[in-house]
Design a protein around this ligand. Structure first.
Ligand code: NAD
Length: 516
């Protein structure tokens, strides 16, 4: 086993790089690759506001190189035995587990989320690696003996070829891990295009794969922006696209890639509601609203952003949330704070713009995160937990996905009005209900038009062996991520009808085959 150290390379000669900062390169065919592009992006530490790295942005020739490497690796990898594949997967799992602390530090340094949250993200991704370690079981087909006289029928699933993954900034390790463990385990080769905001986690993971013994070219990382994405969406040698990001881009990716004949799962944005009924345990609900609303500074696709409170308990619930928020420490994720900064300066300004719009549109600002005193560098991209009450469905803080630490309370008269509000929303990613009434919870899970439901659980991200995905504008395509749907997405089915000749073969018959 080779020992490779994941690195970002200080390469003063690379286009767009600067001599004093590390330059993040692509990872193609088992090694870092400078690429041929002459464009670069800046990478920041959100807790200091400082530029810490530069990043190579792919040119069309780099897309070609990454896809060619994956294509070249495919024939041997698809024919590699399941026993050998799982040996590599187990080795990768061990390395990931042993080095998850380092990976979490890389995530915190570029994304800003606090270290414990970054560790949690890696652990949730590791679940899918562990699922993929059992691929030999997941790939088992069905067999029917003697379906017709002396005719046996069986099904097999085979890999697609070169598959692409395009991921967002908010989970630079976990979201790629929703896809690549199963893609690789089922015999595909991968080109991952991570977010340009926090690219280094992908290179660290690539080096772990190499150390685990994965053949070169099976896992490639192509850094870039729209040029790289468009190259993958239209490339004739790319069989599928697994995308996660905002809804407008998800729709674009789905439409473009399906028009080019690809299998596509494109997971989009969200507005996740949490309905609190009067019989709920309000302390539990207040904890959940704070954890779900402000964890990872609200930059989670499963964050609670709309708290739908039945009017009779809304005042008490808001008071309890206020008590809890007062104890939170916003600051540098490496200092044991509860909540970190937002990912970039422009994103922080966009979220702050929504706070201003909420005030202007008449919502009641209960907690103003703009006044936060962070435990961190003054130049960090800070915004503290923000709470609005008496938000109405027309206001932009309700209609739009804000993707920041802004929780909007919408008051309703009761269950029916709450359900109607949630079902009228264009998104359908996650939802939660807080109640002690099992009948109400059961009715809710039956009636709500959302893909992932929490009952007294605020951020109901399914475990790895179930599948993750929303409804409506939170998902384009029909296949969710990981679990059995993930296996299905990365494979194509074949059904074999087989007969070995014996003296009783049937002779000519031009009619449609019938079984007897
Ligand atoms: P984004 O849509 O801006 O970017 C996602 C990916 O698309 C990135 O790799 C980016 O480089 C690429 N991209 C951006 N603009 C593009 C363009 N014009 N053409 C082609 N490619 C483009 O999303 P983000 O800001 O990185 O992530 C936050 C969003 O992701 C939120 O909307 C969040 O809800 C969503 N998200 C959804 C889920 C889910 O499971 N549904 C999970 C995580 C994040």
């Amino acid at each position: 086993m080779t020992t490779t150290t994941a690195s970002t390379t200080a390469d003063a000669g690379a286009p767009g790089s600067t001599p004093d900062l590390p330059h993040v390169l692509h990872w193609i065919a088992g090694a870092e690759a400078a690429g041929s592009g002459d464009r670069a992006a800046d990478v920041y530490d959100p807790a200091t506001g400082k530029r810490t790295k530069t990043l190579a942005l792919a040119a069309p020739a780099d897309v070609e190189a990454a896809v060619a490497a994956a294509k070249a690796a495919f024939p041997a990898w698809r024919d590699t035995s399941l026993a050998r594949r799982t040996t590599i997967l187990f080795a990768f799992r061990e390395l990931l587990n042993a080095r998850k602390g380092e990976l979490a530090e890389i995530i915190t340094a570029e994304h800003g989320k606090v270290l414990s949250d970054a560790l949690g993200e890696v652990s949730r991704g590791q679940e899918i690696v562990e699922l993929a370690c059992g691929v030999n079981h997941l790939l088992k087909g069905a067999f029917t003996e003697n379906a017709s006289t002396k005719v046996d029928v069986f099904s097999i699933r085979q890999p697609l070829g070169v598959v692409s993954i395009i991921s967002p900034f908010n989970f630079p390790a976990m979201v790629p891990m929703w896809f690549f463990p199963l893609a690789i385990a089922t015999g595909n080769t991968v080109v991952l295009k991570p977010s340009e905001k926090d690219p280094s986690a992908a290179n660290f993971i690539a080096a772990l794969w190499k150390e685990a013994g994965l053949p070169d070219g099976v896992f490639n990382v192509l850094h870039g922006d729209k040029v790289a994405v468009d190259g993958l969406l239209t490339h004739p040698d790319v069989a599928s696209v697994s995308f996660v990001g905002s809804t407008p881009i998800a729709r674009y990716v789905y439409e473009t890639a399906t028009a080019h004949g690809k299998r596509v799962q494109a997971l989009g944005g969200a507005k996740n509601h949490m309905l609190v009924l009067p019989d709920a345990d309000l302390d539990l609900a207040a904890d959940a609203a704070v954890n779900g609303g402000f964890g990872s500074a609200g930059e989670r696709c499963m964050a609670v952003s709309a708290l739908v409170a039945v009017d009779s308990v809304a005042d008490e619930l808001i008071a309890k949330i206020g008590e809890r928020v007062a104890t939170l420490r916003t600051g540098d994720g490496r200092r044991g704070c509860d909540m970190g900064p937002l990912v970039t300066g422009p994103h922080r300004d966009k979220v702050t713009g929504y706070v201003e719009a909420g005030v202007a549109e008449g919502a009641e600002l209960v907690i103003d995160g703009r006044e936060v005193v962070p435990d961190g560098d003054a130049d960090g991209f800070w915004l503290g937990p923000t709470l609005f009450d008496k938000v109405t469905p027309e206001q932009s803080i309700y209609t739009d996905e804000i993707f920041g630490p802004v929780l909007s309370v919408v008051r309703v008269a009761g269950y029916d009005e709450g359900l109607e509000l949630i079902n009228a929303n264009r998104y359908g990613n996650g939802v939660a209900i807080f109640t002690n009434d099992g009948g109400a919870a059961r009715k809710f899970r039956n009636e709500v038009q959302v893909g992932m439901i929490g009952i007294n659980v605020p951020v109901p991200v399914p475990v790895g062996y179930f599948s993750f995905g929303g409804w409506k504008q939170s998902l384009f395509g029909d296949t969710h991520a990981h679990g059995t749907e993930g296996v299905h997405f990365f494979t194509r089915g074949k059904v074999v009808t087989e007969r070995w000749l014996d003296p009783s073969h049937g002779g000519l018959n031009l009619g449609f085959p019938q079984n007897d």
